[in-house]
Design a protein around this ligand. Structure first.
Ligand code: CA
Length: 231
């Protein structure tokens, strides 16, 4: 049975392009023009992934993400125009899993969909050890190794790394890192996140200017690159 992808997008030319890419690769595209119809289709058709435009005629896409997350864990990928960084952050904070910036190619779209489906399929494999490239993080022992050598991190550096590992392959917003690494009584601001990410890269990346593990998502946050992302 082919997997159904729900596409909530009001621009008909983008909808046609995405629907054609999906059906050409064995997916069934279910098209909705408004947020209201999209939410109805989600209930009636149980799609495997939702692709969601943020600027919809009847409602804000962020509201749609919130409504979806009230009851569903379906992967949500936001598709938004360039220059809407604030909206992407709000969408991710509202519970979306990923985003794509328009214009994007069909191979990028399909890679993101496959990554979402893989994460869904492997969610139950609970291992405390995460490996990517030559980096190994043992979340139960709090050990970090690079090419077999132990790396020493400060408590906050480790917490940031652990947050990115727990969300590996997905974008984590700077606000999310601030919230989770420092907690509610934080003295720190978004600048602290940048400073600590810089330190972390200095310890983990061969060339911090061209990171292999901790990728910057401009204006949004960071993403831990998995082995699957490199394929
Ligand atoms: Ca739109």
């Amino acid at each position: 049975m082919s997997k159904t992808i729900l596409l909530i997008e009001d621009d008909s030319s983008i909808r046609r392009f995405i629907a054609a890419s999906l059906s050409g690769h064995g997916f069934k595209a279910l098209e909705a023009v408004t947020g209201k119809t999209g939410l109805e289709y989600l209930r009636s058709h149980h799609p495997a992934v939702v692709l969601l435009d943020l600027g919809l005629p009847d409602t804000d896409g962020i509201e749609v993400v919130k409504r979806i997350r009230e009851w569903s864990k379906v992967p949500v990928i936001i598709i938004s125009a360039r220059g809407q960084e604030g909206d992407k952050v709000a969408g991710l904070d509202a519970g979306a899993d990923d985003y794509l910036t328009k214009p994007f190619g069909s191979s990028e779209l399909l890679a993101r969909i496959r990554a979402s489906l893989r994460r869904l399929g492997t969610k139950d494999k609970d291992s405390p050890i995460f490996k990517t490239g030559s980096l190994e993080v043992d979340l139960s022992k709090r050990h970090v190794r690079l090419g077999g050598h132990e790396i020493h991190l400060s408590p906050i550096q480790y917490r940031i790394l652990a947050i990115l590992v727990l969300h590996a392959g997905r974008v984590v917003t700077r606000e999310q890192i601030l919230e989770e690494a420092w907690g509610p009584d934080k003295d720190a601001g978004l600048d602290s996140v940048r400073i600590y990410m810089h330190q972390l890269r200095g310890k983990i990346e061969k060339n911090p200017l061209r990171p292999q593990y901790l990728k910057t998502e401009l204006g949004v946050g960071y993403r831990m690159i998995t082995d699957e992302d490199r394929i």
